[in-house]
Ligand binder design. Structure first.
Ligand code: ARG
Length: 270
């Protein structure tokens, strides 16, 4: 099944501020390299048969390349974002306009702080929702009300894994035949949330510290191919053992801002 993604080219990419432990403004970034890596990611999706649309990047918003943080779309309903940091606040409005210009009728901007797919992961049945660093737990209840899907709150405890999508991804969504399959790094979650995950996903792929440190969990799966950072070789073997096909991309330049393949990719589910 072809997927539909929205991405934003890193034309104004930079690390000018530090809002997560990966960002160090004293480490130089190579904008051309970032653009090449991003283009390779976009072309990888297209080669796999997926649709990619692009949002126009804006000067002064260096993190806008991380499109996943600007909207959550389930069954054509859009819940916009409200960023936790003032550095990124203006991104939400650009994406809201993009949704309206692209024919989405049901677009709601949130009252509570939510960084969209950074902290929300759709399993086909449930919306897994992270909190602890960015998204306010009150945004979980708001998402449930606006999107009309059951939300499961999960608490993140390690500042390096400040968004849910740095610690967990959905390998395949639930359908009438099978439950959803996910991969996650247990230590990124509070003890209670680890128990919730074990209960809901007893067959999950469990990642270790090395898998997480190279941003391996910031992967994108289309249910068959898993696009993940080149360094995530051990995690790739684990997903391959479950029948998925790993596809590697080099995102080293974007990782300097604390992002990976998933951060660059917002999924449209109609
Ligand atoms: N520099 C960005 C931030 O800290 C990176 C966002 C990464 N996005 C993600 N979905 N994890 O907000």
């Amino acid at each position: 099944m072809p997927r539909h993604y929205v991405m934003c080219p890193p034309r104004h990419f930079a690390v000018d501020y530090a809002i997560n432990p990966w960002m160090d403004p004293t480490v130089p970034v190579d904008p051309e390299r970032a653009m090449r890596q991003w283009t390779e990611l976009r072309d990888t999706y297209r080669r796999l048969g997926h649709q990619v649309e692009e949002v126009e990047p804006q000067p002064g918003l260096p993190d806008m390349v991380f499109a996943a943080n600007s909207g959550t779309v389930v069954e054509g309903r859009v819940l916009g974002a409200k960023f936790a940091t003032r550095e990124r606040a203006a991104e939400a409005e650009h994406f809201r306009r993009w949704f309206l210009e692209h024919g989405f009728q049901d677009v709601t901007m949130p009252q509570e702080t939510n960084e969209a797919e950074g902290d929300f992961a759709w399993t086909g049945r449930l919306l897994l929702a992270g909190t602890g660093f960015r998204t306010d737990p009150r945004a979980h209840a708001e998402a449930q009300e606006i999107l009309g899907v059951p939300v499961i709150s999960l608490r993140l405890v390690d500042p390096r894994y400040y968004h849910l999508d740095t610690a967990l991804f959905v390998l395949s969504e639930a359908d009438d035949e099978q439950p959803a399959q996910i991969a996650y790094y247990p230590d990124a979650f509070s003890p209670g949330s680890q128990r919730v995950l074990r209960r809901l996903f007893p067959d999950a792929v469990l990642a270790d510290a090395a898998d997480a440190e190279c941003f391996g969990l910031n992967a994108v799966s289309d249910g068959r191919h898993v696009i993940l950072p080149v360094e995530a070789t051990a995690l790739a073997e684990k997903v391959a053992a479950r029948g998925y096909e790993p596809v590697f991309v080099d995102i080293s330049e974007l990782r300097k801002a604390g992002g990976g393949p998933k951060c660059c990719t917002m999924e449209i589910r109609k």
